[in-house]
Design a protein around this ligand. Sequence first.
Ligand code: 5GP
Length: 178
Amino acid sequence: MPVELPIRLEVLFSAEAIAAKVDELAGQIRQDYGDETVILLGVLKGSFHFLSDLGRRLADTTIVDFVQTSSYGSGKSSTGIVQIRKDLDINIEDQNVLIVEDIVDTGTTLAHLRELLAVRKPRTLKVVALLSKPEARKHKTQVEYVGFEIPNEFVVGYGLDYGERFRNLPYIAILHEG
Ligand code: 5GP
């Protein structure tokens, strides 16, 4: 039987700090897009709290859609090939698309997603990520709006899970095992 190691959570960003950061990001996005319609494209599942909070600060100039990706590999190692498991419902040709990501780690998901979407000829294609781990980056990929840069640690909460646990924590914490 596998031994379960004790888990300890170390709070990195409180709910208040996250709310202030989402305010700041929404302000930048409003300024950059003005009155233009923007498709907020959430990457499931981790981005759902972030997209919900960000979307309410951008209100009526946005359309919401979701995409879900999966990278195939054995165990924890990915082949680096990202496939779309759940595609968008709407046509993005000639639209402003803003990919909403919870976290950019190696950059693999985002690099592939950008390529897959670019062929559909959006007018603009940008990314907002609440968290970024610059030290973990393997694929160079542009992230136009970054909330917090964090060290190369595994984090949970505010949409981010560990085996489907901890997604609904209102804060973001580093997960320590053992
Ligand atoms: P990437 O393709 O950039 O390596 O990884 C992106 C995805 O890996 C994220 O959307 C997220 O689902 C997952 N991920 C990367 N780092 C973390 C982390 O620290 N915590 C959690 N819960 N998921 C992460």
